[in-house]
Design a protein around this ligand. Structure first.
Ligand SMILES: [Zn+2]
Length: 201
């Protein structure tokens, strides 16, 4: 196994990567079911993602990433998507859509940010219809200023409290996505300042 393959989560399906896959790289051509249909479909899907910027405005893309505007996580979230997709960083570009606002998925569902909600959900509908994404990757992060605004400092004072508050929001986000777009799968997690993600749900 490549040392870059993450081992810090029990949900290995979310981290399946090309470098860890058996020799079945020529099998399959679907980009759907990337996380759930086994190694052959996984590897075929990965090979199909390498077209990069030559792809059209509408087509079959891998995911929508929803995360926070915090500048500390710009590169880390991109690297995480690389791990998630199991392909080299230079092949990852232009294969997922991205929606970024304060708090990421917290901003999409918390009453504190109610004025933003419809904007997010309509954007989700558009990326589903245009890009045919099969999944949403929703990341909050540790030490998030927007989360503190939403929950109050006291609710995120310790790591345990922060995890609890974020997990509640992420589960609510997951349920709301599935209610609106039942065919989507949803990956939810909390990223720390090193880029490590604690998956939720
Ligand atoms: Zn934040």
């Amino acid at each position: 196994m490549n040392p870059s393959c993450p081992t810090d989560t029990a949900d290995t399906s979310a981290y399946s990567c090309l470098c860890c896959a058996p020799n079945s790289l020529s099998a399959g051509h679907t980009r759907r079911g990337f996380l759930g249909l086994g190694t052959a479909a996984l590897a075929g899907g990965l090979l199909a993602t390498t077209a990069g910027p030559a792809q059209a405005a509408s087509g079959n893309y891998e995911a929508m990433l929803v995360n926070c505007i915090d500048p500390r996580f710009t590169t880390l979230s991109w690297q995480y998507m690389g791990l998630l997709h199991g392909i080299a960083r230079d092949k990852l570009a232009d294969n997922y859509s991205q929606f970024v606002f304060a708090g990421g998925p917290i901003g999409a569902i918390h009453p504190k940010f109610a004025a933003w909600h419809n904007t997010f959900w309509e954007n989700l509908d558009i990326t589903v219809s245009l890009h045919h994404i099969p999944r949403v990757v929703a990341l909050t992060h540790r030490d998030c200023g927007a989360a503190k605004l939403a929950f109050g400092d006291a609710k995120v004072a310790t790591k345990e409290e922060e995890t609890h508050a974020h997990a509640e929001a992420l589960m609510a986000f997951r349920a709301a996505v599935i209610k609106r777009q039942p065919k989507l799968s949803v990956i939810t997690g909390i990223m720390d300042l090193t880029g490590k993600v604690d998956l939720i749900g």
